[in-house]
Ligand binder design. Structure first.
Ligand code: PLP
Length: 393
């Protein structure tokens, strides 16, 4: 009786809870129980939300901006997002082809649920952001991993893409700068992938550019819809304010794409959450239209931390990591240590016992290692690296 009462839908039964969130929750619980835990598992900047953004949120509240808005977002925010796509990504898009959702995650969720049927294949470069495969599976699609390696900059090659595409391929998911590897695709990389995609007009591309402002390589950010404008009608570009403006709690993400897809996402959103929070939307307008110069300082600070963390990790015997070109994560190979702990999850738990929370590579479709986030101050980072070295000595 109870078993059937508690029966989950087939869609939900296909997915697992987020392992990054699970590790963060575990670290919080251990800390609450008095343990000294340094968490390198969390995927958000440790900087405070900029003052002008907070002021806009307060002003919206004071102005009683507390009602439903249009499902796809306020006119002001869709205009501001279009400005952001143009200024920061080089992508010209009319505001009518922009949707505002409760985080980039919700925009991705709605896009995939709105377009996938059982049997549809989705190509995902691995290691991947944890939610991509789970959303695909929830939507009934089939995950097709495209393995990448550190030596190849964790980027897929055009030949690899060509081999993986079948008549059932519905989506390719691209993420640059990437979580969890920090991989960044250049305009040349994207042009080569675009040449393959041109031969397969049934394939949609989700370009997740949410970390675009956080790059440590010279030159402009490259995104597929700009590098290959002829593919634009089948590219959905995801962005937001969560990572770039330290606004993860506000829950605002934006997507730009073909009108039919934006309309489909809005149709689903009208029955899931409706509009994103009105106060958060007002704050996001300020984020997109206000000063952006703080980003230079943030990128510089992230770069210093990145260099320090990469140098520290690479001095620990049996650990190695390439230099990530963007975002704030390092994917660390720990192959020589894995046998001692059974698998990378065992290694992550061992590190937790030594006071450092990390996420096992297998959570991201990778193997034999773990991911750390360097969105934490250098003092804590240095202590975490010493603890990792001691735990593995
Ligand atoms: N895409 C990637 C690659 C991410 O790492 C994240 C968050 O961790 C998101 C999308 C979603 O961001 P949010 O829903 O917080 O805007």
């Amino acid at each position: 009786m109870t078993a059937s009462l508690e029966r989950l839908s087939e869609s939900l039964a296909r997915i697992a809870p987020s392992r990054t969130t699970a590790m963060t929750d575990r670290a919080i619980a251990l800390r609450a129980a008095g343990h000294d835990i340094i968490s390198l598992s969390v995927g958000e900047p440790d900087f405070p939300t900029p003052d002008h953004v907070k002021a806009a949120a307060k002003a919206a509240l004071d102005a009683d901006d507390t009602r439903y808005t249009a499902v796809a977002g306020t006119e002001a925010l869709r205009n501001a997002a279009a400005l952001h796509f143009q200024r920061d990504l080089g992508l010209t898009v009319p505001p009518a082809q922009v949707i505002v959702s409760a985080g980039g995650k919700q925009a991705i969720f709605h896009a995939l649920v709105a377009t996938l049927d059982p049997g549809d294949e989705v190509l995902i470069p691995a290691p991947w952001w944890v939610s991509y495969p789970e959303i695909v599976r929830f939507a009934g699609g089939t995950v097709v991993p495209l393995a990448t390696v550190a030596a190849g900059g964790y980027r897929i090659a055009p030949e690899q893409l060509a081999q993986a595409i079948t008549p059932k391929t519905r989506w390719l998911l691209l993420n640059s700068p990437g979580n969890p590897t920090g991989a960044v695709y250049s305009a040349d990389d994207l042009a080569a992938l675009g040449a393959v995609l041109r031969c397969h007009p049934q394939v949609l591309v989700l370009s997740d550019d949410i970390y675009a402002p956080l790059r440590y390589v010279p030159g402009c950010h490259a995104t597929l819809a700009v590098v290959c404008p002829d593919l634009g009608p089948r590219v959905l570009t995801i962005s937001g304010v969560s990572k770039s403006h330290a606004m993860t709690g506000f829950r605002i993400g934006v997507a730009a794409g073909p009108a039919w897809l934006i309309a489909a996402m809005a149709r689903l959103q009208s029955h899931s959450s409706g509009n994103a929070c009105s106060i958060s939307q007002a704050a996001a307008v300020a984020a997109f239209t206000g000063p952006q110069d703080f980003l230079t300082d943030w990128c510089q600070r992230f770069r210093v931390r990145r260099d320090r963390v990469v140098a520290g990790i690479n001095t620990i015997p049996g650990l190695s990591t390439p230099v990530p070109d963007g975002a704030f994560y390092c994917m660390i190979d720990a192959t020589p240590h894995i046998a001692r702990f059974g698998d990378d999850e065992g290694l992550a738990l061992h590190l937790l016992d030594h006071g450092v929370a990390v996420v096992a590579a297998s959570a991201f479709g990778g193997r034999d290692g773990f991911r750390i986030s360097f969105a934490t101050d250098t003092d804590r980072m240095d202590r975490a690296i010493s603890r990792i070295a001691k735990a593995l000595s």
